[in-house]
Design a binder for this molecule. Structure first.
Ligand code: UGA
Length: 432
């Protein structure tokens, strides 16, 4: 099938490259000319495992093309809208999304199926549907709309695309449903992954999924606070509750909280929608505030400890991205912690295996006592203690002799305290 993707960021590019790999003829569009020329040369402007090879191979097989022109992207009869909808003071900014819909109506063929993949506030698809109906009547056209929300995780997006848990098709129209069923048939062959629902249900399913996952994290973080007060062990509690299939063992790892471009933004968007519908505050709002409380508790644990209260205390920070296997710094809890700590200690010594230090320095420019390293032990050598903020694989197994006598504040609970105690390394975790 001939498919267009508008918006070539994390979601758009992964979707486009994977659909091309399935044999479709895909054209990815982005208004950013630099990005498009990089992509056309097979260079990916961000880090996502497996994506580089996928893009290169599909450019070579001529299944994947790039453009910065709406006109080119609007030649195909199926267009996935994957533009960003960034948070703007608590509500998603629809500037890019709306301008994309306007351009499709201007340049698109009159019988185009528009598929929304961007995460858009509740009620947006219904507004677009009304707009299309008006346009169709006026111009004797037949533009159609479907919602196909995204559930990919950064760091495993390609794998998630080819092995989805579910594929949501939100539409009120049979022919649109059939087109999407055809596109996704190769991913739904062994087991039916497709769940068909209305446009509005698809829209809310996306938000509800992210809000539920974030709630699980905030919940276990709250339990970790009780676990500390009662001398319990959060690992045991996690295993104890996670073994119940009704609870499940994923997303109940206590830590310094969730970040990224999705959970914080989507929770705020749901909060905003609830306010619009005059609904009372509840779990959504508490999930947001619990995430801040959790980070603050860890920050206090660091600055109130005997080690850090010493004069001229230097701390190494391991991990800057919002999670491992990505270079994404958006809403990174590590950066939030650094901002809090910077004025309280002598200096901070940062290391991350993938983050772009220029971008980090730009985000942290208010603090002058921050230094960057190309190796975790070099960063630690200059310091008295270490904060593990993002659990990249290379942090899991340490050469204890190189950090002997230090304290590790383990924000992701990955270290075995008794093992490191043998090397006089004191580990301070969460809920332990
Ligand atoms: C999230 C969802 O998991 C995807 O399904 C969804 O498609 C995506 O948002 C989106 O809306 O586009 P992502 O933001 O890539 O994916 O990251 P996650 O793997 O969900 O992690 C989010 C945060 O939760 C990270 O900061 C992570 O460290 C934290 N986390 C995760 C915990 O603190 N504890 C856990 O047990 C799991």
């Amino acid at each position: 099938m001939k498919i267009s993707i508008i918006g070539s960021g994390y979601v758009g590019l992964v979707t486009g490259a994977c659909l091309a790999e399935l044999g479709n003829q895909v054209i990815c569009m982005d208004k950013n000319i630099t990005k498009i020329s990089q992509l056309a040369n097979g260079e990916i402007p961000f880090y996502e495992p497996q994506l580089q090879d996928l893009v290169k191979n599909n450019i070579a097989s001529k299944n994947l093309h790039f453009t910065n022109q709406f006109k080119d992207a609007c030649k195909n009869r199926v267009i996935f809208v994957c533009v960003d909808t960034p948070d703007n003071e608590g509500k998603p900014d629809l500037k890019n999304f709306n301008s994309c819909i306007r351009s499709i109506l201007k340049y698109g063929k009159t019988n185009t199926l528009i598929v929304t993949k961007s995460t858009i506030p509740l009620g947006t698809n219904s507004k677009v549907e009304t707009k299309l109906a008006r346009h169709n009547l006026k111009h004797k056209a037949n533009f159609k709309l479907a919602s196909n929300p995204e559930f990919l995780k950064e760091g495993s997006a390609v794998q998630d695309f080819f092995k989805p848990d579910r594929i949501i098709i939100g539409t009120n129209d049979n022919s649109s449903e059939n087109i999407l069923r055809k596109i996704y048939a190769p991913l739904s062959r062994n087991k039916n992954k497709i769940i068909k629902m209305s446009l509005s249900s698809a829209e809310l399913t996306k938000y509800a999924a992210n809000a539920f996952l974030a709630t699980k994290i905030s919940f276990i973080n709250e339990i970790s606070q009780l676990s500390e007060k009662t001398n319990s062990n959060i690992h045991d509690i996690r295993k104890g509750i996670g073994s119940d299939p009704r609870i499940g063992s994923n997303f109940i790892y206590a830590g310094i909280g969730f970040g990224g471009s999705c959970f914080p933004k989507d929770l705020k968007a749901l909060k905003y929608s609830k306010q619009k519908f005059n609904l009372q505050e509840g779990i959504i709002e508490k999930t947001i505030s619990n995430n801040e409380i959790q980070l603050n508790k860890f920050y206090k644990k660091i600055i109130n400890s005997d080690v850090t209260s010493a004069k001229n205390h230097r701390i190494a920070i391991w991990g800057l991205t919002f999670k491992p296997e990505t270079d994404d710094l958006r809403e990174s809890v590590s950066l939030k912690l650094i901002n809090k700590l910077a004025s309280k200690v002598h200096s901070l010594h940062l290391y991350d295996p993938m983050a772009d230090y220029k971008e980090v320095a730009n985000l942290l420019k208010a603090s002058k006592n921050i230094f960057y390293y190309d190796d975790k032990y070099k960063a630690a050598k200059a310091c008295h203690s270490i904060v593990l903020a993002t659990e990249w694989k290379e942090f899991w197994e340490l050469n204890a002799s190189l950090i002997k006598g230090m304290t590790i504040f383990d924000g992701r609970n990955i270290y075995d305290h008794s093992y490191y105690m043998k090397y006089k390394i004191n580990v301070v975790g969460i809920g332990l």
